[in-house]
Design a protein around this ligand. Sequence first.
Ligand code: SF4
Length: 287
Amino acid sequence: LTIQEGCDKFCHFCVVPYTRGPEYSRPFNEIVDEAKILSENGVSEIILLGQNVNAYHGKNQQGKQVDLAYLIDTISEIENIKRIRYMTSHPIDMNDSLIDVHGKNSKLMPFLHLPIQSGSDKILKEMNRKHNVAFYRKIVDKLRTERSDIALSSDFIVGYPNESDKDFEETMKFIDEIEFVIAYSFIYSQRPGTPAQKKDNIPLAQKKARLSALQSLLKEQQKNYNKSFVGKKLEVLFEKKGRHKNQYIGRSIYNQSVFTTSETNLINKITNAKITNSTDFALESAV
Ligand code: SF4
């Protein structure tokens, strides 16, 4: 359910503020009404979407200014909505009320996609990200205090202009420290009209070598994370049929892809599935 569009942050590598315009939040009542309609049509899980979803702001029925945490709490009061997620977030908009709601609202799933892009303060500054590594680390600490099992995902750009070996090493150390359950990583590439466009100064071979090292580390973390669930039970919402006969695919509370085989229709069912096997990117279960 889209709740917000556009962006005012102007990261130096990104075209969104130019192509999608300034940050805009949809009216609160409209979103809540749509969530109710979705629930009446059988939807169990709502993903609140926006380029800067946690910059969301609106006015509630009483005309009071409210934020994403308030919206999540309001939607969670709809009985048949069992799960809520939101993406994509910017670190500087992770306010305390949003962090608190992760600890207090059991319908908000323990998963957060929070892009950082680099583990080097120098590069974050060059990217105009408006936060440093310590700021991000503090958010992670607070989130883990509220919800110790929260699964974190992120985005990384490697080979950003002026990224030295030391800057890249700092990113690797940061990934090692935080332990992401999944992450999306890309080689820096020029986007027309952005401030970073003319500064692209890292040779392609070096960019590729860095991306390969970074992806190996992330893949290892994801593999170990998935493996830690084998033999345990995990709540899964099955969403669709798989390619094989009687195969169903769903999402765990931590947003992992989980597949199983069943002769009964599991679509839109939430079950406590026993995890029997793990691959790098998915879990296998028995229901
Ligand atoms: Fe905005 Fe995200 Fe693009 Fe930065 S990367 S300008 S926060 S949309």
